[in-house]
Write a protein that binds this ligand. Structure first.
Ligand code: NAD
Length: 513
């Protein structure tokens, strides 16, 4: 059961219980702050990391600025070739990296492997994109004039990531930013720095093999303090920040005050609607994966289930049966579906939300406990809860990052269900289960779901990299990954070229001198 040290070694993380420096920052001022990283799976110490200082951070920014001068001159398809090699190295290390993600963060190994696969997929996507960073050609109103727009890199792209996707979210940003000609500085969550270090080792090898400076992809291990430096730093024209809404508000404000660009991917409060016309078999599977997958710690986790009263009791009974037999335990074991929460603080927040919502009128139907015996002694394992509530309860309006599923009944038309689904401050992911065209098209219409992601007969979690990912309202409005999300990593330039012998002015203005 113990996580093999050999796997850590393969990923370049040499010694358990040894301070691990932050790569590029070896030359910087030495920080005495060493952070011990314990696994939420068994409570064991995996490794220790040295936290970066402000001086370390400055060194990294300088290194990144120098690397940008080289990288921006490399043709985009050649940059794509580097990303292709990174993707191949990730393929070679998929098993080890997936297991490290699982052991450090606590998600089941299938999801850890899935996260690495997502990195590989975005590399492939970015390679293709490197030949397609298209601008448009427009017809000029003036004779012998040509007008077009083109996209140039921005410079340094800062990436602040959350603990729950320790590596995938970075790769969504970094691989796109890289083919666009930017250099990146990544500050992973201080709760999961080891998977980030493992990725940096992979990147380092590829850059060295190609005689390129390491400053193209940079890593800084630090907490909110370093994140705050990045938010205020005018040398970072684009800051992509993934995490809680309170964090996003602070970062958005700081970046906005200096008129920088912020790409914010924040909290969700996602709902599935089950109408009388739903295939319940499919719906229940999607609900359970969405609510208990990653132990309810996905930004797209299903938190609210809005069910028509004609099928409400049946849905409830079926869910209770499944919840009574959920395999909870060590996520590195193949048969387990629910691993631990990230730490004891998260378990306490889960317990607190369940107590609060019951005071507000909620009826706890199953689960809701912090488990404590035997293998559960870490205090990080909980039993997923189902609670009958009303949508307006204050606790239901908040995102609690754990496996709590709120059951909400509706009795009228699909419009009533949509109003409930939209009746929260967050706007990330939403889904409807129905085979009725009028219901599903209403859900997708301008007066339907107000979320960035709206799915039909698919749950709220488990997005593909090909689509643009992100949400509205307090989720922050950013879009990353697929579709044309790449445009946020570039600056647009409009060019007008006169190949005639006259100098006509636009709008026919006469200005004879
Ligand atoms: P968090 O907000 O505590 O931390 C996220 C990151 O922000 C960390 O790297 C942290 O060090 C940094 N940070 C915190 N305060 C900061 C500040 N004031 N300035 C700069 N940086 C700061 O979030 P978490 O607990 O790691 O992750 C869970 C949250 O992330 C949930 O709300 C979840 O919904 C959200 N999330 C959203 C998405 C999305 O794509 N929308 C994806 C994953 C997670």
């Amino acid at each position: 059961r113990y996580f093999p040290v050999a796997t850590l070694k393969q990923l370049g993380i040499e010694a358990v219980n040894n301070a691990w420096s932050t790569g590029l920052m070896d030359g910087g001022e030495k920080n005495e702050e060493i952070k011990k990283i314990h696994s939420p799976v068994d409570g064991n110490l995996i490794a220790s990391v040295r936290m970066a200082t402000a001086a370390d951070y400055n060194n990294v920014v300088n290194t990144a600025q120098e690397a940008f001068l080289i990288w921006r001159q490399m043709p985009a398809p050649k940059r794509g070739e580097i990303v292709r090699q990174i993707g191949n190295k990730l393929r070679e290390n998929k098993e080890a990296l997936g297991r490290l993600v699982s052991y450090e963060m606590g998600k089941i190994v299938q999801e850890g492997l899935g996260e690495v696969q997502e990195m590989i997929d975005i590399c492939d996507f970015a390679v293709g994109l490197s030949r397609q960073l298209h601008g448009r050609t427009m017809h000029s109103e003036r004779p012998s004039h040509r007008m077009y727009d083109q996209y140039h890199p921005l410079g340094i792209v800062g990436i602040i990531s959350a603990f729950n996707f320790p590596v995938a979210v970075w790769s969504w940003n970094a691989m796109l930013a890289a083919v666009c000609g930017n250099v990146c500085i990544w500050k992973p969550s201080e709760k999961t720095p080891l998977a980030a270090l493992a990725c940096q080792h992979i990147i380092r090898e590829v850059l060295a093999d190609n005689d390129l400076p390491e400053g193209i992809f940079n890593l800084v291990i630090g907490d909110a303090g370093i994140g705050n430096l990045m938010a205020h730093d005018t040398r970072i024209p684009l800051l992509s920040a993934t995490g809680s809404t309170p964090m996003g508000k602070k970062v958005g404000e700081a970046v906005g005050a200096r008129l920088g660009r912020a790409l914010l991917e924040l909290g969700g409060n996602n709902a599935i609607i089950i109408t009388p016309n739903a295939d319940l078999e499919m719906a229940i599977r999607a609900v359970v994966f969405g609510a208990v997958g990653t132990c309810g710690q996905r930004c797209t986790s299903t938190r609210r289930l809005i069910v028509h009263d004609s099928v409400y009791e049946e849905v409830k009974e079926r869910l209770l049966k499944i919840y009574a037999n959920l395999p909870i335990g060590n996520p590195l074991q193949e048969n387990i579906l629910v691993g631990p929460l990230i730490d004891k603080t998260a378990a306490k927040a889960f317990e607190h939300a369940i107590a609060e919502v019951q005071i507000e009128g909620g009826k706890l139907l199953i689960g809701g406990e912090i488990l404590s015996d035997g293998d559960y002694k870490t205090g990080t394992y909980v039993s997923p809860a189902i609670i009958e509530v009303e949508n307006h309860y204050p606790t239901v309006q908040e995102e609690t990052f754990g496996p709590i599923l709120y059951l909400i009944k509706y009795s009228g038309s699909v419009e009533e269900a949509i109003a409930l689904q939209n009746g929260v401050r967050q706007g990330l992911s939403s889904a409807i289960f129905s085979s009725n065209l009028l219901e599903t098209e209403t859900f997708l219409s301008a007066w339907g779901s107000d979320c960035g992601i709206a799915n039909v007969n698919i749950g709220t979690s488990g997005a593909e990299i090909g689509g643009a990912f992100g949400g509205e309202k307090e989720t922050g409005g950013g879009r990353e990954s697929g579709s044309d999300a790449w445009k946020v990593y570039m600056r647009r330039q409009t060019n007008t070229i006169n190949f005639g012998a006259e100098l006509p002015l636009a709008q026919g203005i006469k200005f004879d001198i």
